[in-house]
Design a protein around this ligand. Structure first.
Ligand SMILES: [Mn+2]
Length: 352
């Protein structure tokens, strides 16, 4: 397991110096943020980012994410140009030594929450999803503005994009994902890059838009589209874990070799369909993080792992979910569990 940390570049309040001082941190997960979705990332920009990270003694081997243009998800004729560009990006990233590219296939909206600073009993705050509130939201009202939402919708704005999805069905979206994978996976194989699809967050349909990467059956289906080491998964415990029917240790044991990137986040599930994000410690939420890491250990996981969203604690301000302190605590907690699993495995710690 290689412990990594997401970094949003020079605009991030969390610095590379902060990150390198977290015990056991080996690498940074990042992306080029100032190039519009669908365009080509120049080699120069990729290498500049890589050099900046490596100068601090950290590796840069995982990109999160290379976003997929809506025209590809919609299956429009214009997708050809965007798929070509996507392939160029994969080739360039491979040349720069990137091993894993995380991406998702969620229509219009990336991760969605109803509140960004939900107060937890200890006075800290985190991202939360209140089913009743989301059901009452109207994305067309123009009043909604949530992070994670791409604001560059082009002509017609958000309403225009939503209109384009009017006829979209779950099966049609699967077809468009299949088309995309048939084009990009052979390129990724040649480039030595492992593609890793992130599950939908939350893993259910929102605002009438279909979502397809939601459970074990959908992971099976996406892996079966093309059997290749380059067609793999980002397994996000927090995204899948808010649906109580998803058994994460079971999923990890089943698809271990196809999991290239692990996101670990704990969530507190309230009534079905509502949740808040919490500290990583198992007792703070609904997921058993020890069982999850034990499953990774048992499948011999040697991919990349990162603490996913953390709470805002100790008066830190910054990008919701992506502060320094709680994610550093999460990384340290997981490193402790991992060290224990290794020592137990080697018999260095007696289990009696
Ligand atoms: Mn995630």
């Amino acid at each position: 397991m290689k412990m990594t940390f997401r970094w949003y570049g020079d605009d991030d309040k969390v610095t590379l110096d902060n990150i390198r001082q977290i015990p056991g941190m080996v690498g940074v997960v990042s992306a080029i943020y100032d190039i519009p979705v669908g365009e080509i990332w120049s080699m120069e920009k990729i290498l500049e980012l890589k050099n900046k990270i490596e100068l601090k003694g950290l590796t840069f081997e995982v990109v999160e994410s290379v976003p997929v243009h809506e025209d590809i998800k919609l299956g429009l004729p214009t997708r050809e140009k965007y798929i070509e560009n996507y392939c160029e990006n994969i080739k360039n990233l491979g040349k720069a030594g990137i091993k894993v590219v995380c991406y998702n296939f969620m229509p219009v909206f990336d991760w969605t929450r109803s509140i960004l600073a939900y107060e937890l009993p200890d006075g800290s705050n985190s991202l939360a999803y209140e089913k009743n509130k989301v059901e009452k939201m109207d994305p067309r009202s123009g009043e909604l503005s949530l992070p994670g939402w791409d604001t560059s919708y082009g002509e017609g704005g958000l309403g225009g994009v939503l209109d384009q999805y009017k006829e979209m069905t779950t099966e049609k979206l699967w077809e468009n994902l299949t088309y995309f994978l048939h084009k990009i996976i052979p390129i990724a194989e040649k480039a030595g890059v492992k593609m890793a699809i992130h599950p939908d967050d939350p893993p259910w349909s929102i605002f009438g838009l279909p979502r397809i990467i939601v459970n074990e059956a959908s992971l099976e289906r996406v892996l079966n589209i093309i059997d290749s080491p380059s067609n793999g998964l980002t397994l996000c415990s927090g995204s899948l874990g808010v649906a109580c029917t998803n058994n994460l240790p079971q999923i990890i044991r089943k698809y271990g070799e196809k999991i290239h990137f692990a996101h670990i986040r704990n969530v507190n599930n309230y009534e079905e369909g509502s949740f808040s994000e919490v500290a990583h410690l198992s007792s703070c939420g609904s997921l058993d993080i020890v069982e999850i890491l034990k499953a990774y250990y048992e499948v011999g996981f040697d991919g990349y792992l990162r603490p996913d969203h953390g709470r805002m604690i100790w008066n830190e301000t910054g990008r919701p979910g992506y502060g320094l302190y709680d994610r550093a605590l999460g990384a340290t907690y997981m490193n402790g569990i991992w060290e224990t699993l290794i020592k137990l495995g080697k018999g260095d710690i007696k289990n009696d």
